[in-house]
Design a protein around this ligand. Sequence first.
Ligand SMILES: [Zn+2]
Ligand SMILES: [Zn+2]
Length: 283
Amino acid sequence: MLFDDFHVHTSLSYCAEDPISARDYAEAIARGSLRRAAITNHGFALYFPEELAWSWRFMTDPSLFDEHLEWGNRRIVAHLEEVEALRGQGLLTGMEVEMMADGRLTVDPRIRNRLEVLVGSVHWLPSEGLEEPRILDLWMDHTRALVRTGIDILGHPLRWLSTQVPRLPEEAIGFVVEEAREAGVTIEINSHLVVGSDRAMLLEAVRRDVPITFSTDSHCLAEIGRFDYHRKLLDQAGLQPEDLRFWEPRRRSGATPAASAPSGPGRRRAASRAGGRKRRDTV
Ligand SMILES: [Zn+2]
Ligand SMILES: [Zn+2]
């Protein structure tokens, strides 16, 4: 079975490990490695210069998002034009966004209409100095709100929490799947940085009839179209692809003219920067 991949990155994401473009995904589709791919670069990489992006300050101070809104929109519109030109070759438009302290996502609502796939993920929360029960509360409150912002897919649902606590609390799996179900959001099985609880989460999603998507979250060329982790997980769970309800995107109506902007050198600058630098973090 050929899978869709609704969560992959290009060099516009600062954490990309190779020079990697939308065209690389179109070529992988043509080779028969995957069915379709949604290019979902990070909202925080598209809207913020690299230093600011990695500082995560925008998460607690969303006014920084407003300050960079037009700059980011110009980069995004140029990028979307590139992806839209490859639609006939199996590419879809998208973004991977986070929810800031005021509840807004790191995407201009005017751009939102133009995205066929919106992945919402937790990469950073203000957890420094907090004890484990408070970290769990923080993550639960955030996740409960995030799935209600209009995202399609909850990206790597347990990844951040699993990096914050020595042992993932059992209740976290039931919680995240039930929140997704109530909000009509899809649960993602992500192979970029795997979490030990993926099998339990997959089984729970199937049990509660929650839509599922398999993602490689590709950050480098070698990850494109590689679904061996997902196949192994299905095997271990005793499931067939037919047992899962795979999420299917709805096509959106297109951006408002206010969000249009000419393409420009930003894209080239971002691509060369990402290609030449050491990865600061992996998200
Ligand atoms: Zn990602
Ligand atoms: Zn992510």
